[in-house]
Design a protein around this ligand. Structure first.
Ligand SMILES: Nc1ncnc2c1ncn2[C@@H]1O[C@H](COP(=O)(O)OP(=O)(O)OP(=O)(O)O)[C@@H](O)[C@H]1O
Ligand SMILES: [Mg+2]
Length: 237
């Protein structure tokens, strides 16, 4: 599966945020997106997820998923292919406990009850949170909530997963655990794009590094990663 933009520009009202962006994300790729606050990372991710133009930004050309305009794919057909996770997943939850929340999310896919149970069990296991399945969402930590959101996404079947600053409310131990879960998912065939202000501990995990600034998206050459990812680097905020 391939998510792609070609010379994509995005604007809000009359303000251009991104210009002529070429981007590709395929299955088995793990891409990290970095850049200063306000440069347009969330804007690009919303567009990649097919949420624009419906929920805001105006695009100069369509984002495509295997050649089809992603915004035109119906939401219930899009969910099994591509998903976006935000910084505060609890804002998207509709139910009180973990398993009920996941059942609720899967009910739109018109699956048999046994298939729903099977998918939920597999997804909980894959993310390592089977023990949380009967917990109240309101009592979970930021890291645990992010794991529930990721498990829900997996259960829906999304092959391409976009995560917009998923670790902002997550402590360092959960952050590392989640980074390693993402790496495992990439090895299993998912394509993942994550934006993060904290660039640490990605160097051995990612396959692609992107830097956004001044309306441009640039792919950082592998040889320059050390400089970019090092905390001492002052090239990016
Ligand atoms: N819905 C919107 N309508 C108008 N302007 C917007 C909208 N969303 C974002 N912007 C503006 O677009 C620019 C890019 O915002 P965006 O949220 O994409 O940046 P970001 O790189 O994700 O920042 P951060 O690292 O702080 O999350 C900002 O100037 C922001 O104010
Ligand atoms: Mg953002």
């Amino acid at each position: 599966m391939k998510l792609e933009t070609h010379q994509l520009s995005i604007q809000y009202d009359n303000q251009i945020i991104l210009k002529d962006v070429d981007f590709e994300l395929e299955s088995k790729q793990f891409a990290l997106l970095v850049g200063p606050s306000g440069c347009g990372k969330s804007t690009l991710m919303m567009a990649l997820a097919g949420l624009y133009p419906k929920y805001g930004g105006v695009l100069s050309s369509a984002v495509t998923l295997d050649g089809l305009a992603v915004h035109s794919i119906k939401a219930n057909q899009r969910a099994p292919q591509i998903a976006i996770l935000f910084q505060h997943p609890e804002q998207q939850f509709a139910m009180d406990n973990v398993r009920d929340e996941m059942i609720f999310a899967l009910e739109n896919l018109s699956l048999a009850a046994e298939e729903i149970d099977k998918r939920i069990d597999q997804a909980l296991q894959s993310v390592g949170i089977a023990s949380l399945q009967h917990r109240q969402l309101s009592q979970l930590s930021g890291g645990e909530l992010q794991k529930v959101a990721l498990a829900e996404t997996l259960a829906l079947g999304a092959e391409i997963i976009l995560l917009d600053e998923p670790f902002a409310a997550v402590d360092p131990i959960h952050r590392r655990e989640l980074q390693l879960v993402l790496k495992k998912l990439v090895d299993e065939g998912h394509g993942i794009l994550v934006s993060d202000h904290d660039k640490s501990n990605y160097d051995t995990l990612i396959t692609h590094l992107y830097h956004m600034e001044n309306q441009q998206l640039e792919r950082v050459a592998d040889a320059a990663w050390g400089d970019f990812l090092s905390q001492r680097s002052n090239r990016i905020v």
